[in-house]
Design a protein around this ligand. Structure first.
Ligand SMILES: [Zn+2]
Length: 87
C-alpha cells in the first residue's frame, strides 16, 4: 500500500510514481487525484489540489471506501500536514 501525496490516504494500490517518475494513473479513492493526469502540463500541484479538496469539505472520491472512523486530520499527518478543521 502506498500513500497519496495529496491527501495522505495510505491504501493506494500502486506507487503514485515509479523511480523514473512515471505516474501510475491510479485515482486516489479519497481525494480523487489522478497521478499523471491532474499533475500534467496544466501544472496542478499537490498543494493547490489539496487546498481545493479541503475547501470542498474533503469529499471522498469513492465514498464506499471511506471507513466509519475516518479522521481527516489523522490522515493528513501521514504526509506531515497538520490541519485543523474549524468545524
Ligand atoms: Zn488522495
Amino acid at each position: 500500500m502506498y500513500i497519496c501525496p495529496v491527501c495522505g490516504y495510505n491504501e493506494l494500490d500502486e506507487k503514485p510514481y515509479d523511480l523514473d517518475g512515471n505516474p501510475s494513473y491510479e485515482i486516489c479513492s479519497c481525494c480523487g487525484f489522478e497521478f499523471g493526469f491532474d499533475d500534467d502540463s496544466e501544472g496542478e500541484s499537490f498543494e493547490s489540489y489539496r487546498t481545493k479538496w479541503l475547501n470542498k469539505n474533503a469529499k471522498w472520491f469513492r465514498e464506499k471506501k471511506k471507513k466509519e472512523n475516518w479522521n481527516l486530520e489523522e490522515q493528513l499527518k501521514n504526509i506531515n500536514i497538520y490541519f485543523k478543521n474549524n468545524k
